[in-house]
Ligand binder design. Sequence first.
Ligand code: ATP
Length: 462
Amino acid sequence: MKKEKNDLMEKIISLTKRRGFVFPSSEIYGGFAAVYDLGPYGVELANNIKKEWWRSMTQLRDNVVGLDSAIFMSPKIWEASGHVKGFSDPLTECRKCHTRLRLDTLLEEIDVLADEKMSEEEINKIFDANREKIKCPSCGAKDFTSGRSFNLLVQSNLGNFTGDWTKEPVYLRGETCQGIYVNYKNVLDSARVRIPFGIAQIGKAFRNEITARQFIFRTREFEQMEMQYFIHPDKTKEAYNYWREARWQFYLDLGFKPENLKWHQHENLVFYAKEAYDIEYNFPFGFKELEGIHARGDYDLTQHAKSSGQNFEYLDTISGEKFVPNIVETSVGVGRTFLAALCEAYREENIGGDERIVLALPPRLAPIKIAVFPLLKNKPDLVVRAEEIYHSLRQKFRCEFDDNGNIGKRYRRQDEIGTPFCLTFDFDSLDDAMVTVRERDSATQERVKISDLDNYFSSRLS
Ligand code: ATP
């Protein structure tokens, strides 16, 4: 079973490279660890994931508004939030091959519960009791240094003209939500929102991850989709349960199988948190965090109020009550959703004696919705008419034109990209003004009038 799952991961990595979804960063220079680039189909898939999230979190709601805060922020923000002191993972190093590893992950692999939030001392105690059982995954040695906390914030020298920037570093943001907290007042004063309301943001985050071995699951540069919901303290439980349900439903609506999702409750809560659950996805390397849903109390606003000297109290104009809002956060990575969507969609099938790989992505996520083919490349009558249809359909749908190779080969290519429909203009089309439309999952074909194509695809792709 484990081997099958490893194979699946290998197959997905190979498909995404071969078909232009994901490329390792800086490949021609030997690569750059734990950073990836999105290729032509990858950027479409990622954009569709973000579109779905944005639609579900803002467009379909009365009280959630958007924000796009900058990646660079005052370093004071990261001090106030606790990241400069406490945003760290426990690190150990293999004394033989010098591979750096996350201590909590090593312990997890031998089924010993450890948490990144434990103190250095606590985690080292557990480590020492289990040293005999732990092997370096790179060289097999059992000789490790003691664990130490390793800060994950990525530093930069932006705007430092005095010389030693390590003494006054600026940080690339480690999470997008800090930009939301520090703009809470701006939004409240400008967007005509009243509590309860949410602020949603999609953007890049950066972390100096110690081990990043699981393809795009854990990268040093990644995109987050986060929403912070501001509420009256008494309404925390209600809001928390609401968002737990809403976020679970989001994945079901994307077509994820319920058996591939599960809840994981955090046992060691940080001191300010009221509740914390993750939605885990059944990745080929096991159930792992896809999204975190956390009740954060008033910690974030209180910290920034204290540190900036601003007043973050909210005045309820009806009851006259003043309070610092509590926050429920939902936070998920685009890359992890991307990988989960690929795992969910990847299939190997035998259709009519032919082997094929198909990405059965829901049409909303598919990078290309319709591929348009002339039956033969060297027949101008067919090519010109197919091009006309392509130009017309692409006004509304993401389309691709392909006249390369035989039709079977073109179908295989589109199956691997996950294109729900292929349309072929053939010799009969010249007489009957109809084309052959082939559906990806069933591989069935039907003739559709050219004049009906717009309606046909509008309803089948909705
Ligand atoms: P993990 O325990 O896997 O390191 P985390 O608990 O540190 O994750 P959060 O800080 O809660 O993660 O971030 C919220 C979401 O952002 C995660 O659920 C995940 O989807 C995404 N995310 C976090 N770190 C990374 C990363 N290094 N690469 C890709 N996505 C990430």
